[in-house]
Design a protein around this ligand. Structure first.
Ligand SMILES: [Fe+2]
Ligand SMILES: [Fe+2]
Length: 241
């Protein structure tokens, strides 16, 4: 899928502002992911996993620093005025660690989730590395991070197979299905937002004008100023109705 979207990735990364924005967004996702994995290291009962989670969290926090430094360095070289018509990025970010939940998650589910997320990240960062070929420093950042992501992808799979030797394949499929489902929900929510805006705009321009016209006509028929109350409605004031 991402390979097919390569021209879109190239377009996204081709613009200076979008590139900086992407790098800043990656820094946030990597940092959040690193802190979550740090929490996983605290709560896991497995000593080997604790060591690996700790190393993993340090890597992710380091990635956050690399992305932040690179975006700051790019911002310093920013031309005075950059004209961009569309500066948002239509594709999701690199890592997908933003959906990570630690507390109450057993290690096997967490490892399956991490494996799928790291695999996706490795695939994405490999593409990003190619599309920023005009910018060797950003490319070097992706090169370095990609090596770590491949290690994360592999250790999570090996450890999942160690702690759940019978069910690890099923767990990975489940994690993949859940990721796809979340992605579908995000796309569906975005499409629903676009449709909602379109329908409300159409309603505003098609349904409201007749009512506005009727209100104007009714207003013209109303006598101006105070009007006397008819005798049958003239009761003494006993209640507010
Ligand atoms: Fe990372
Ligand atoms: Fe990672």
């Amino acid at each position: 899928m991402d390979r097919m979207l390569r021209p879109v990735h190239r377009w996204v990364w081709g613009d200076f502002d979008r590139r900086v924005r992407k790098l800043i967004a990656f820094a946030e996702v990597e940092g959040d992911g690193g802190r979550d994995i740090l929490r996983a290291a605290e709560v896991t009962p497995d000593p080997l996993l604790r060591r690996l989670y700790l190393a993993h969290a340090i890597d992710e926090l380091h990635h956050a620093d690399l992305f932040r430094q690179r975006s700051a360095a790019l911002l310093q070289t920013r031309p005075a005025r950059v004209k961009t018509i569309f500066s948002a990025t239509p594709l999701p970010g690199g890592h997908g660690l933003d959906d990570l939940q630690i507390d109450g998650e057993p290690d096997d589910r967490l490892l399956a989730f991490l494996h799928v997320a790291e695999k996706a990240a490795a695939g994405r960062f490999a593409i990003y590395r190619e599309v920023v070929d005009d910018d060797p420093s950003t490319r070097a950042v992706f090169d370095e991070i990609l090596r770590d992501e491949v290690f994360h992808m592999n250790y999570t799979y090996t450890q999942l197979a160690r702690i759940s030797p019978r069910t690890y394949r099923r767990q990975v499929w489940r994690a993949r299905a859940s990721r796809l489902w979340k992605r579908y929900l995000r796309v569906a929510a975005a499409i629903a937002g676009v449709f909602g805006t379109a329908v409300l705009t159409i309603q505003y321009f098609i349904l409201l004008p007749p009512f506005a016209l009727l209100a104007k006509r009714a207003e013209r028929r109303e006598p101006p100023g105070w009007t006397p109350v008819s005798p049958e409605r003239e009761h003494p004031l006993e209640s507010q109705y």
